[in-house]
Design a protein around this ligand. Sequence first.
Ligand code: UDP
Ligand code: MG
Length: 316
Amino acid sequence: MRLSVIVPCYNEEDVIDLFDVRVRATLTELAIDHELCYVDDGSSDATLEHLRALAEKNPETTRYVSFSRNFGKEAGMLAGLREATGDAVVIMDADLQHPPELIARMLELHARGHDQVVARRTREGDKFVRSLLSKTYYKFINRMVDVELTDGVGDFRLLSRAAVDALLSLPEYNRFSKGLFSWIGFDTVTFDYQNVAREAGATKWRFSSLLNYGLDGLISFNSRPLRLGIHVGLTLTVLAGLYAAWITGEAIVDGIDTPGYVTLLVAIVGLGGLQMVMLGLVGEYIGRIYYESKRRPHFLVKETNVPRDAFRGSGA
Ligand code: UDP
Ligand code: MG
């Protein structure tokens, strides 16, 4: 059995060498046939030079591919999955927030027949607001989408060859991996591990990117948000009808009352806001159709030490 470790890297020059040493040590200790598949996601620092050096040091067990620009972690993971030749793969962050020692545990569970072995991190050490927001988000989103999304579950996981092939068969441009992992199904098992702080460098997440990521999760899987819009619209229409009937009735009984401009203002602003949100939502779905219909590759390859055939259909 051969294990491929997939590592998307974006500006990780500070930590990549340490990562390589730690992971190789773990894999050697486990005495398992392995390869490391690095993906340089258009880094603007010296990450690519580091990868070249790593590949030179261990040519047999190092594969790397470098993108022409930053295409995002999703594209990076996809490239890694295409590049990997193993019977199983483990996807890991380059910043050592995913402890390499856990690979042993994953392999053990995989040997028992699980196709997906998922490591879930506890939120210990996270900022309170951040973990509260995450918790609320996951509660909400699981009502909205068909797939099961779990707090603390990220991309750190082992996938069997069958699961990898299933993921590679999904051609969509807009990839929300958390959902795709769940969508493909297969025998999945989850275990917890202690949250670890990033070893070096800085996180690439900002609040706005988290918000957008959240919206992606909401919209990527079905059109239920649109359905929700219809429900809200219908409810408001019925309420407005009842209110109109009540006003009319009151006018007939008590005569014409002075109309309240506050009511008007609230109704106009409230409905205006709702309409903007709904319009944005519809636009978002149309935008996705637009992007999917262009059929652009997920990433472009600038440099690699593996046969470019591996990336066929990706514009490489
Ligand atoms: N990453 C990437 N492309 C990007 C952003 C991040 O390949 O555009 C990689 C990054 O190098 C790291 C992993 O994705 O290996 C997770 O990124 P980060 O540590 O910034 O995220 P966090 O751990 O804070 O969620
Ligand atoms: Mg990180």
